[in-house]
Design a binder for this molecule. Structure first.
Ligand SMILES: Cc1cc2nc3c(=O)[nH]c(=O)nc-3n(C[C@H](O)[C@H](O)[C@H](O)COP(=O)(O)OP(=O)(O)OC[C@H]3O[C@@H](n4cnc5c(N)ncnc54)[C@H](O)[C@@H]3O)c2cc1C
Length: 469
């Protein structure tokens, strides 16, 4: 008997899935970049069962790969290829433990799907302001483990900023519990922060207390054609001033990204009649029913057009109109997939350097691979741009992407580093960005990460081969 078989023998049979037809969905990542192997997936239903699983696997020296919705963009949630690791899926740990509407908080199991939590907050006239394209399948435990960003970071911050309390099972099976929805709690080190963005390498998050906000009473969404990317930060600043800092989303969409989608989905309408090279999808929200956001947006549009920042634009007239704008933005990744996929660069720089970054990075691509199709878009209100490159028409996508990643991507990352930016704005490190962390990470920080990992997980059994170069 192997160590894995011995460990499985010691666990309740009804939490063990061995059918390889089912197991394969847990061993391949969302983008099909990495196919691992595992003998079994474990699906505990309670915190006590997560502890039992971790303790039992640890006793047999079997490494654990925690998994949420398996939507990671950096192959962080898949096991290795030799079958020695076991996937622990949190999908059955999915209860809402408490909603405290007065305290603007909810305490939930880690396996709750993000969009289900949106619904529950909404039933309480509140909102959980974390929103990403994968929200129908990603889980809150995965969101915290990756410190997810998404479309509302401008106003509400990354996932970390929404966490009040956290509970996690440590690599030896013991429980760390700081699950308290307090806004102020300075009683010792804020240890929970280690698990946020830890990508499952320090323990398994089992529960969290989250901040909620009041549901917006007024919401305004506009699709704007801008004269040039150099106006992005001025326009954001102006939008914040006009709306009283109510901007929740400030998304850049290049026309080439939009064309990739519209070319394959002819049933979708263009957002504005005349095409433009650059667009901004802007949304602002307030919980006050007294503030005239619509008026503020119209005044912004008028002034920005007369100043030449904006060349055309429309404010969504109704919810259907608004959904159409968001549908276009959120389906850009699909447009890329339909055109052979993309080489993704999830870069951030300070907002004041964003336009310069996009311009210089585009020049690098043009000089090295002039037929490659640029697909540039993203949450630029927080300095995050998805600077993606799609294979030229007629090229072999896999071959193009491999060559590009080896020869051009390093130049793009070096540019980001020179501009004081990051090679990983929101997707994390996982397995696929280890070399980038080794190259661009601060050596002192990496050394401290190693010390923390050794202190919490001396046997290296939690999600091995991820995050730490
Ligand atoms: C269409 C699409 C759009 C996306 N848009 C965004 C975006 O806008 N912003 C953004 O930040 N990301 C985005 N992502 C990436 C991804 O959805 C996020 O990283 C998300 O937070 C991952 O959640 P998950 O539940 O799927 O986690 P998984 O992919 O299952 O796991 C991710 C990491 O977290 C660990 N993990 C999962 N659950 C736990 C747990 N309970 N305890 C400890 N570790 C755990 C895993 O081991 C792994 O290291 C997008 C992905 C897709 C497919």
């Amino acid at each position: 008997m192997t160590s894995v078989e011995k460990a499985l023998f010691d666990l309740p049979a009804d939490i063990v899935v061995k059918d390889q037809d089912i197991v394969s969905k847990y061993t391949t990542d969302f983008r099909h970049l990495y196919a691992g192997r595992t003998v079994a997936v474990l699906r505990p239903r309670s915190v006590a069962e997560v502890q039992l699983v971790v303790r039992t696997l640890a006793a047999h020296g079997v490494p654990v790969v925690p998994q949420g919705g398996n939507t990671s963009y950096c192959t962080a949630a898949t096991p290795n290829r030799d079958g020695s690791e076991v996937v622990v899926s949190l999908e059955r740990l999915n209860k809402v433990r408490e909603v405290d509407a007065e305290n603007l908080s909810m305490t939930v199991d880690a396996g709750c799907v993000l969009s289900d939590l949106h619904d529950i907050a909404s039933e309480n006239d509140l909102m959980l302001p974390l929103s990403l394209g994968s929200q129908q399948s990603c889980q809150i435990g995965g969101n915290l483990s990756t410190n997810a960003g998404g479309i509302a970071v401008v106003k509400y911050g990354m996932a970390r900023e929404l966490v009040l309390g956290l509970e996690a099972v440590l690599p030896d099976g013991s429980l760390f519990s700081d699950l308290n929805p307090l806004r102020k709690n300075n009683a010792g080190y804020d240890v929970k922060q280690l698990f946020i963005g830890g990508e499952g390498t320090l323990g398994i998050i089992t529960g969290t207390s989250l901040k909620l906000v009041r549901k917006p009473r007024a919401l305004v969404t506009a699709f704007l054609a801008i004269s040039d990317i150099s106006v992005l930060s001025t326009l954001l600043d102006r939008a914040q001033r006009f709306t009283g800092d109510a901007v929740t989303s400030f998304e850049y969409v290049s026309n080439s990204s939009l064309d990739l989608l519209l070319g394959k989905r002819p049933n979708l309408r263009r957002p504005l009649e005349e095409p433009s090279d650059h667009y901004v999808l802007l949304e602002a929200a307030t919980s006050s029913h007294l503030l005239d956001l619509q008026g503020a947006a119209e005044a912004l549009l008028e002034e920005a057009m007369s100043d030449g920042l904006v060349t055309d634009g429309t404010v969504a007239a109704n919810e259907e109109h608004r959904r159409h704008f968001w549908h276009l933005r959120e389906n850009i990744p699909e447009g890329e997939v339909l055109n052979g996929g993309s080489v993704k660069h999830d870069v951030s720089v300070r907002t004041s350097r964003l336009a310069a970054f996009i311009t210089e990075a585009s020049e690098i691509v043009k000089s090295r691979s002039n037929k490659a199709i640029l697909s540039v878009y993203g949450h630029v209100g927080d300095g995050n741009v998805h600077f993606n490159v799609v294979p030229p028409h007629g090229a072999q996508p896999a071959e193009f992407k491999e060559n590009f990643e080896q020869s051009v991507s390093p130049l793009i990352y070096s540019l980001a580093a020179r501009m004081g930016g990051s090679f990983s704005a929101e997707y994390g490190i996982g397995r696929s960005k280890l070399e980038l962390l080794a190259e661009f990470g601060d050596p002192g920080k990496i050394a401290l990460m190693r010390k923390l990992k050794t202190a919490l997980d001396p046997k290296g059994s939690m999600n091995p081969g991820k995050v730490i170069p």
